[in-house]
Design a protein around this ligand. Structure first.
Ligand SMILES: [Mn+2]
Length: 242
């Protein structure tokens, strides 16, 4: 049986529409998983989070808008973009529930940030305003989404390094937020030359990984495929089995 991969979706509150870019679904299918789209709009206090987690084998947190800083004890910075209260609450709750179940989790872009916040870390609300003093490189490419725009260094000995089998990689970049303080059980697994964290992973959990780039947009990139394959493969194993 194919592992069921729950994918969180976005909610456009202006249009009242649930949406997800197809790259997530295609990447999961190509890696051998069965996609299960998780609605960000659910009845409040429904207790559905645990139900959802009990029915899926892996949790994929998709990209999207900014995370409300109240979830890590900050006031909104003037450079913050739009936030989505329902989506934040649901995804943070799904992360904690999935972590408890030792379920494989892959966070992409916003998903990596949500994961880090859910486990007790925080993020830069706007890297240009809050981390600009470090001589930032460009993290908002205008090149096509499949194009690896900036390089990253992957830490030797990290799980990510074990999966991808490379020290250096060119990845795409579409973010103005980034992980600041790591969750207590997390380690950085990749960096850009300006010191920004481009991947996080758990020291304790067999597969809990967040990447700041968008591998689902890089369908032709063998490293993007390898990442989804490792995730789906981990989801195909019984919980806790490394
Ligand atoms: Mn970047």
């Amino acid at each position: 049986m194919k592992p069921i991969i729950g994918i969180t979706c976005d909610y456009d509150w202006k249009e009242d529409k649930i949406q997800l870019k197809t790259g997530y679904v295609k990447s999961v299918c190509r890696a051998g998983g069965l996609p299960f789209l998780i609605s960000p709009v659910l009845p409040h206090e429904s207790g559905m989070t645990a139900d959802i987690i009990s029915r899926i084998d892996g949790l994929l947190l998709s990209g999207g808008q900014d995370v409300d800083p109240r979830h890590f004890g900050d006031e909104p910075h003037k450079a913050i973009g739009s936030v989505n209260p329902w989506r934040d609450e649901l995804e943070l709750s799904l992360c904690r529930e999935a972590a408890k179940a030792r379920m494989p989790i892959l966070g992409i872009c916003r998903g990596a940030q949500v994961l880090n916040i859910a486990l007790g870390g925080d993020i830069f609300q706007d890297i240009n305003a809050q981390a600009g003093g470090k001589g930032l490189i460009c993290h908002s490419q205008t090149a096509p989404a499949w194009y690896g725009f900036h390089s990253i260094k992957i830490r030797e000995g990290s799980r990510l390094h074990g999966i991808l089998g490379t020290d250096d990689l060119f990845v795409n970049s579409f973010h103005h937020q980034a992980v600041r303080r790591l969750a207590p059980t997390f380690e950085a697994a990749a960096f850009t030359s300006d010191g920004m964290i481009e991947a996080v992973e758990s020291r304790e959990h067999p597969f809990m990984l967040g990447v700041q780039w968008h591998p689902e947009c890089m369908q032709e990139d063998p490293f993007a495929h390898r990442l989804f394959e490792a995730f789906v493969k981990a989801a195909g194993r019984p919980a806790g089995d490394e």
